[in-house]
Design a protein around this ligand. Structure first.
Ligand SMILES: N[C@@H](CCC(=O)N[C@@H](CS)C(=O)NCC(=O)O)C(=O)O
Length: 200
């Protein structure tokens, strides 16, 4: 699997592999982001060159973290993605919301790295208000959450990414439910073994 220890989407896929008992069978190919140039292996596997991308021993290319997570859950019978009913759509939608927020955080971070005059304060304000609303939604649901599914993996990674790349955002303040849920998430073996590593 093409991945980076700094990519939240790659971490989600790696964590799901771990939860499904497949982590030891994964060969992780580190792709620096931003890299010095195109990565030949990744570009050969997928024209959009996104992390994570999985190539199976049979040569099947599986693109996008939700698809890769589903593949692992299916193969390893991890039970992280409910098979049917409202539970399935709830879990997948929570994953989609956390992933969508992560997409915004990547854009926010890219904007923050532009020279000051080229940044968009208005757009950053939009990212911030959506982040607050999303975290408040997750906080509202935290007390009634049971079990551990793909939505919990994605939410845990979103919160870890905030700690990793936006340490100035005190998302724990006033969100005791999420704070507790994240402490439990962070103690899982799969979270420890796939933790973000500092770097560029
Ligand atoms: N929707 C995709 C998003 C993947 C994504 O944005 N990956 C980032 C790393 S976190 C990436 O590959 N960035 C490099 C680039 O876009 O050139 C997924 O869930 O896998």
């Amino acid at each position: 699997m093409f991945w980076s220890s700094r990519s939240p989407f790659a971490r989600k896929a790696a964590m799901v592999a771990h939860e499904c008992g497949l982590f030891d069978r994964l060969e992780l190919i580190d792709v620096p982001i931003p890299g010095p140039g195109p990565h030949a292996g990744l570009n050969r596997a997928t024209p959009i060159a996104k992390l994570p991308t999985l190539v199976t021993d049979d040569g099947l290319v599986i693109a996008g973290s939700p698809t890769i997570c589903e593949y692992f859950d299916d193969l390893g019978q991890g039970g992280l993605i409910p098979r049917a009913g409202a539970e399935r759509w709830r879990a997948l939608s929570r994953q989609a919301m956390a992933d969508g927020m992560l997409d915004m955080l990547l854009l926010w971070r890219a904007d923050l790295r532009r020279p000051e005059g080229c940044q968009s304060a208005r757009q950053q304000g939009v990212y911030e208000s959506r982040l607050i609303a999303t975290l408040d939604r997750f906080e509202g649901e935290a007390a009634s959450r049971e079990g551990f599914d793909i939505g919990d993996v994605a939410t845990g990674i979103l919160l870890s990414y905030l700690d990793f790349r936006f340490p100035e955002i005190d998302w724990r303040a006033g969100r005791a439910g999420l704070r507790q849920a994240h402490a439990t998430f962070s103690a899982r073996r799969s979270a420890i073994d796939t933790a973000f590593a500092a770097g560029a």
